[in-house]
Each structure stands twice: as structure tokens, then as C-alpha cells.
Ligand binder design. Structure first.
Ligand SMILES: Nc1ncnc2c1ncn2[C@@H]1O[C@H](COP(=O)(O)OP(=O)(O)OP(=O)(O)O)[C@@H](O)[C@H]1O
Ligand SMILES: [Mg+2]
Length: 257
């Protein structure tokens, strides 16, 4: 985001020395610290099973750290009223609800389900699904379902959007297209994003910062800044800066074990 916007440099979310051990399971995270500035797009990469989804669930307030703390706008997450949007690998749409009803759900849960049709329609249009309002999830392709999940995650104007491998279940071409869609949506509706991905190319193309997680218990081992200009375009994958960053991320993953 633009450097001359003051809010772009304000810290939105911070994790301080966060550790997590499941009660009768593994000690997954040890002393994880990170800072996400308002407006940033941060990607998290690392080997399967390392603890990426666990960290995302901590940042969402769905899990509580064993030690350390997570602050949203300087306040402990649990006390914070600001909504957070989440998209998982498989969108988790409710099969008995139409596209419209799925997108409307967060507003209903917040107690303002009525008088919001303009907002629901705006989000459906934003993700390019106008005309599919009354269709059920079973009738959607994987890419369309993830568009609905993104619309649903943004409908209540969250300050933070958490994405856990949002395109991981899609074929390679759809995935690439959806990454560009996400860039387009992010440009129209800037929100702070924290995205877990297995794809180094996706991380570098989308993010301002790529965090690499490794070790057992895991911590953030590397932090790679991506200096590609915005708006990002798929053609940038051919640039020297893209290759430089992608190589740095790959080496960091190898080194982090
Ligand atoms: N609820 C749970 N109870 C006990 N152990 C868990 C729980 N959730 C995750 N784990 C364990 O925590 C570790 C990290 O899991 P996590 O899902 O965070 O990994 P990940 O990096 O997201 O993996 P992937 O890339 O495959 O999605 C794994 O060993 C997993 O088995
Ligand atoms: Mg995961």
C-alpha cells in the first residue's frame, strides 16, 4: 500500500513470543513473534504440518496461546470487538444456503441481518458472481465457491482477512486466476491480509512480506520483503526481482528445516 498513507505504517496485529502446545498433543509453536501493519499483505509459507494453520487460528482468536500474547490494534484479541474475516482451504459454505444467504451470514451473526442487502450485493458483485445469488454451493465450481467464501469473509468489513490456503484445493490454472482475482479485489477493497500458502510463486506475487516458518516446535525463521511495485501483475513473474525473492524464499524454507 502507499507509503505516504500514515495508516499504512500503523501496527494492526502483533504476536509476541507466542507458544502453543496442544493439551495432549504436540508442542507446535515456540516464541513466534510477528508484526502486521495496517494495509499490508503478509504471506506465511513453510513445510506441511509445521504449524501454519495453528498460527492462523491463534491470530483469529480460535485458539488461545499457551504463553505470549496476540494484540489487535494494541488490545488483547479476546477483548477486541473488531471483526476478522477468515477463508479456509475449502470454503466451508453452508450447503443449504444460497450464495446470497452464505454471504449474508456474518451480518446475521452480528445481529444486523436486515437492511444490509446493498452490502451483500456489493460483495457478490465484487467477486464477480452477480447472477449466481440464488444458486446453492453444490452447483458452484471450486473457484466460484472460494469467491463466495471471500465475499462472505469481507461482508462485515473486517480489519483483518485471514486466508488459510484459500486456493489449495483448486487446479493450477484456476489457482493462478484466483490469485489475480484476489489482487483485483484487494485493490478495490484494501484490507490487511495474512495468507497461508504452499505456493512460493503465489506468496511472492501477492505479498509485501513473506514469513517462513520452520523447526519443531516451529518459529518464524525468515522474513523476506518483496519489493515488487503495485499493482502487481502476473507478468511480474518474469522479472529479476520476482526470481530473486522466490529464490530467497525457497532457500529459507530449505534452511529452516
Ligand atoms: N487440535 C489439535 N490437537 C492436537 N494436535 C493438533 C491439532 N491441530 C493441529 N495439530 C498438530 O499441530 C501440528 C501443526 O498442524 P498445522 O495444521 O498447524 O500444520 P500446517 O503447517 O498448517 O500444515 P499443512 O501445511 O499440512 O496445512 C501438526 O503436528 C498437527 O498434527
Ligand atoms: Mg494448514
Amino acid at each position: 500500500m502507499s507509503e505516504d498513507n500514515n495508516s499504512a505504517t500503523a501496527v494492526l496485529l502483533s504476536a509476541e513470543q507466542v507458544s502453543l502446545a496442544f493439551a495432549d498433543g504436540p508442542h507446535v509453536l515456540q516464541d513466534v513473534s510477528l508484526t502486521i501493519r495496517a494495509g499490508d499483505f503478509v504471506a506465511l509459507v513453510g513445510p506441511s504440518g509445521v504449524g501454519k494453520s495453528t498460527l492462523l487460528r491463534l491470530l483469529a482468536g480460535l485458539l488461545t496461546p499457551s504463553s505470549g500474547q496476540i494484540l489487535l490494534q494494541g488490545q488483547p484479541l479476546r477483548l477486541h470487538a473488531a471483526p476478522i474475516g477468515i477463508v479456509f482451504q475449502r470454503g466451508g459454505l453452508m450447503p443449504w444456503r444460497t450464495v446470497w444467504q452464505n454471504v449474508q451470514l456474518p451480518l446475521e451473526l452480528m445481529g444486523n441481518g436486515r437492511h444490509v442487502s446493498a452490502r451483500v450485493q456489493e460483495m457478490i458483485n465484487l467477486v464477480g458472481l452477480q447472477g449466481f445469488e440464488h444458486v446453492y454451493p453444490a452447483q458452484l465450481s471450486g473457484g466460484m465457491a472460494q469467491r463466495v467464501a471471500i465475499a462472505r469473509a469481507l461482508v462485515h468489513q473486517p480489519s483483518l482477512l485471514l486466508l488459510d490456503e484459500p486456493f489449495g484445493a483448486l487446479d493450477a490454472l484456476t489457482r493462478e486466476r484466483m490469485a489475480q482475482e484476489l489482487l483485483r479485489i484487494w485493490h478495490l477493497m484494501p484490507v490487511t491480509v495474512f495468507m497461508v500458502t504452499h505456493s512460493i510463486a503465489e506468496a511472492v506475487l501477492l505479498a509485501d512480506d513473506v514469513l517462513v516458518m520452520g523447526g519443531s516446535p516451529a518459529r518464524i525463521t525468515h522474513h523476506i520483503r518483496v519489493a515488487l511495485p503495485r499493482p502487481r501483475k502476473l507478468e511480474m513473474e518474469g522479472t529479476a526481482e520476482f526470481h530473486h525473492c522466490a529464490t530467497a524464499v525457497r532457500r529459507a524454507i530449505e534452511a529452516s528445516g
